[in-house]
Ligand binder design. Structure first.
Ligand code: GLU
Length: 416
């Protein structure tokens, strides 16, 4: 019924590697290999021409031993159960790595928003929210934005859920507009957290950010703000890519001007401040820091060999396949895995949820301060495991995350 893309199997392989260092009891290991709940829904949507299209939607709660399930919702033509399960598993480890009291979930709808009107996307969102309302809620499972979903989509989800309840429930989703209970700092949180982990990695490697060359692959919420923040810190962003094209300038790209060009033309290609390349050509340009921030599996056995970078920070969830990861490991690339590097988004989602529940809001500098504390602590914990066990940072992050989830599973015990 659903396509098996092998993505979840990749996650199970990294879990197996982590378990090699943890030796969990077999029943606990089996629990962590299996999603708790998977919901598949059919979503009828009236299109603008009066016809009715049926979309496939998913919500997977991978594990909630440590707290309510948490994770984004993506709208993408390639969404399927295998992908959503893999991403829900990653959310489980990610929330544990940064030690926020959530389990992991993910949702998605198989659709192409570039071919849909705003009102079609609104009707799709409202009906999807209704269909998964048996699972979501501020105490149970809290969605957030992911690929091709944004603050407006979260506002529609919050409104639909609230209308069903008969009162406003801001804590049911995070990544909402600030005027309905969203958090300051949420929009830039994923990139902000990523930059913090890269700065920590640079400190560890005795390198300075000024003058470093950076390429960012993916120009959505994460890629755009990461590129901007690296430029502001004095690094030279020499390469940018969106889903179709890449641009390159060895002297540095003006990220704001590239963003304005993208907004006007709908693509990065033909930006006058840089040369056009294919994405694989850009990946082959040596850099100090490479940030894949588009989609899973973007760097694989087929294109990894041309890549030369000192640090790789995963802005997306698992943009580097296990095969490609092995190549980086052998060549000494310092890897910042997504479950650490891109966790800033869910950390500020946690702050948003806490603020919604307590009905008391913090200012932006308080939020950025708290984000920095969590990201720095988590980096140091992962690095300590990596040094102690002599394993790469991805394995170390998995060991940390899986161990915390396993502890919760074991101390809670088996019901009944
Ligand atoms: N979609 C983001 C992620 O993959 C954020 C999830 C959230 O804030 O719940 O981490």
């Amino acid at each position: 019924m659903t396509e098996d893309t092998g993505f979840f199997q990749e996650i199970l392989t990294t879990l197996e590697t982590a378990n090699g260092h943890l030796n969990l009891p077999p029943a606990v290991y089996e629990r962590l290999r299996t999603p708790r709940r998977s919901l598949i829904v059919s979503i009828p949507v009236e299109m603008d021409d009066g016809s009715v299209n049926f979309f496939k939607g998913y919500r997977v709660q991978y594990d909630f031993a440590r707290g309510p399930a948490k994770g984004g919702v993506r709208y993408h033509p390639r969404v399927n159960l295998d992908e959503i399960t893999a991403l829900a598993a990653l959310m489980t480890w990610k929330c544990a790595v940064v030690d926020i009291p959530f389990g992991g979930a993910k949702g998605g709808v198989q659709c192409d928003t570039s071919r849909m009107s705003r009102s079609e996307i609104e009707r799709l969102t409202r009906r999807y929210t209704y269909e998964i309302s048996v699972l979501i809620g501020p105490e149970t499972d809290i969605p957030a934005p992911d690929m091709y979903t944004d603050e407006q989509v979260m506002a529609w989800m919050m409104d639909t859920y609230s209308m069903m309840k008969g009162y406003s429930v801001p804590g049911v989703v995070t990544g909402k507009p600030v005027c309905i209970g969203g958090s300051l700092g949420r929009r830039k949180a994923t990139s902000g957290g990523l930059v913090i982990t890269v700065l920590e990695a640079l400190r560890h490697l005795n390198m300075r950010v000024e003058g470093l060359t950076v390429s960012v692959i993916g120009f959505g919420n994460v890629g755009l703000f990461a590129a901007k923040q690296f430029s502001e810190l004095g690094a030279k962003v020499i390469g940018l890519a969106d889903s179709k094209s890449a641009i390159h300038n060895p002297y540095g790209i003006d990220v704001d001007m590239a963003a304005a060009h993208k907004k006007e033309r709908g693509m990065l290609r033909d930006f006058e401040g840089a040369d056009n390349l294919t994405i694989d050509e850009l990946l082959a340009v040596p850099v100090d820091v490479l940030v894949p921030a588009a989609i899973e599996g973007q760097i694989h056995a087929g294109n990894v060999n041309g890549i030369k970078t000192r640090i790789l920070a995963e802005g997306a969830n698992n943009p580097v396949t296990n095969d490609a990861d092995a190549v980086f490991r052998d060549s000494g690339v310092f890897m910042l895995p997504g479950i650490l590097a891109n966790a800033g988004g869910v950390v500020v989602s946690y702050f948003e949820w806490v603020q919604d529940l307590q009905r008391f809001f913090w200012n932006e500098s308080e939020i950025n301060e708290k984000l920095k504390v969590i990201m720095t602590r988590s980096f140091k914990e992962v690095l300590a495991i990596s040094l102690e066990k002599k394993v790469d940072m991805r394995t170390a992050a998995m060991v940390l995350g899986v161990k915390k989830v396993a502890e919760a599973v074991m101390v809670r015990g088996l019901y009944p």
